[in-house]
Design a binder for this molecule. Structure first.
Ligand code: BGP
Length: 482
């Protein structure tokens, strides 16, 4: 069988991790521009709450364009996109996932009119992509809410942000209706409870019930996502809108039924945002969890009808690692991969950053998601962060990366052979970029090396790694030659 003939091979990037030019052409500050990433919990002591504070933000604003805030530099995709898109084209990309920075279109989120320079920039990027037959898939919100909305409203915790987001999306649909068919609303929507600031603009004040705030923010995002799905379908006939989930596939630590139950519950909470976006309703188990936790979601009278009437067309997800759960954490050796905390799996290796490498987990994830949702799927992030070495003659021999992808593709193809409807695959990331969790360049993902270090020094020259030619061959043969 193998992959469909029109399988969408490509790569995925996000504006805040590549563009740089953080204050160019009227762009406003986004949460990404000020946050050296901070998860909600201390990774060494996962019971300890941390998270971004107003003092962090003030310090970041004062510090401005320094090495502490590398996302402001990015890899200068803002100016170098023609060259980068050419390189993607050389690899044979059919699709490129990228995000539109909200702050290029509405710098503070509340301007009466969209910023024409921002719209013109993306128009030019899409034109370049179409010139080489690369289809865009656009994420409308990839950890880059206007900072002004975070500080003024506590981000998505406030219902008023829904209209502001819908307005931004509508401006994009109107401007790019002839350019973009595939859209994603929120990147890794489930991440609100892991890093509330970058994900939802929430600046926790230590007195509030943070879970309550986070689930309220989720609800606002669900309603926004549904309204945006509706607007997209109305403005762009034939458009396809997807949800985007971090698939954190969880295994029980043992066959002890209590471990199995703990893992089931973990997976239920991971699926929940996609459940709402696909089924158009809250799962009963999650509503019960809210009750148990004393969480009360405030809803407007029409909200549930809006969710039900505007579900997504396909399900997209990122897949990096699997997790292990037990009913009793003391049974686990906890690992602290920098976005999540979970039990160590003795059967799996980890990357230098503690993320388990689990190709079979990708196959399991595809089977689970298809079995649950019966919707076409798209893998929109998957890849391996590594410390690459550039040789003096400008090569990177990244056989470890080729091995990682080969093993994941083998499992992906087996899932497709088992009946999963998979539309495409975009690697994270086709070109080195600033890491979301470390804010550094040295966690490299690309098939293309970018000469830039963690302090922003370097020529920014692009060099093809060994994996570049390998991925090119994979695309050429539609996965037949790995
Ligand atoms: C996902 C994000 C991406 C990306 C990726 C890798 O969670 O959607 O933005 O960065 O993870 O993570 P990191 O950059 O921390 O290695």
């Amino acid at each position: 069988m193998g992959l469909r003939k029109d399988f969408l091979w490509g790569g995925a990037i996000a504006a805040n991790q590549v563009e740089g030019a953080w204050d160019v052409d009227g762009k406003g500050l986004s949460v990404a521009d000020v946050a050296t990433y901070k998860p909600k919990v201390d990774v060494k002591d996962y019971r300890k709450q941390v998270g971004v504070t107003t003092a962090d933000i003030d310090a970041a604003i004062k510090t401005k364009d320094t090495a502490d805030y590398p996302k402001r530099r990015g890899i200068d995709f803002y100016h170098r996109y023609p060259e980068d898109i050419e390189l993607f084209h050389k690899m044979g990309f059919k699709i490129l996932r990228l995000s539109i920075a909200w702050t290029r279109i509405f710098p503070t989120g509340e301007e009466p009119e969209p910023n024409q320079a921002g719209l013109a920039y993306y128009k030019a990027v899409f034109a370049k992509m179409h010139a080489v037959n690369i289809e865009p898939i656009v994420t409308l919100s990839h950890y880059e809410m206007p900072l002004a909305l975070a500080t003024k409203y506590n981000g998505w915790a406030d219902r008023r942000v829904i209209d502001l987001f819908v307005r931004f999306c509508q401006a994009c649909f109107t401007a790019f209706k002839d350019d973009v068919k595939y859209w994603l609303t929120f990147n890794e929507i489930d991440s609100v409870t892991r890093h509330p600031f970058t994900s939802a603009g929430i600046i926790p004040d230590q007195t509030e019930n943070l879970l309550q705030t986070e689930y309220q923010a989720f609800h606002h995002q669900f309603v926004a996502s549904a309204l945006v799905t509706k607007a997209c379908h109305a403005t762009i006939p034939g458009s396809q809108v997807g949800c985007m989930l971090t698939k954190l596939t969880d295994y029980p630590n043992s066959s002890d039924p209590r471990d199995v139950l703990a893992s089931f519950n973990k997976n239920t909470m991971n699926y929940f945002p996609a459940d709402v976006q696909v089924f158009g309703e809250y799962p009963a188990l999650v509503l019960n969890y809210f009750k148990e936790q004393g969480i009360e979601i405030t809803m407007a009278p029409d909200d549930l009808a809006i969710l039900k009437a505007n579900t997504v067309d396909f399900v997209s997800f990122s897949y990096y690692m699997s997790m292990v759960s037990s009913y009793d954490d003391s049974n686990l050796t906890l690992t602290t991969g920098n976005t999540v905390v979970g039990g160590k799996n003795p059967h799996l290796e980890t990357t230098d950053w503690g993320w388990t490498v689990d190709p079979v987990g990708l196959r399991i994830s595809l089977l689970q998601l298809y079995d649950r949702y019966h919707k076409p799927l798209m893998i929109v992030e998957n890849g391996m962060g590594a410390k690459d070495k550039l040789t003096t003659d400008h090569h990177v021999h990244d056989d470890y990366r080729i091995k990682y992808f080969k093993e994941h593709f083998e499992q992906m193809i087996q899932a497709v052979d088992a009946g999963v409807d998979l539309l495409g695959y975009t690697s994270w990331a086709p070109i080195d970029l600033v890491s979301a969790s470390t804010s550094q360049m040295s966690k490299r993902y690309g098939f293309i090396y970018v000469d830039e270090d963690d302090l922003g020094h370097g020529s920014l020259n692009r060099y093809k790694k060994d994996s570049f030619t390998w991925y090119q061959k994979v695309i050429q043969t539609n996965g037949a030659d790995l």
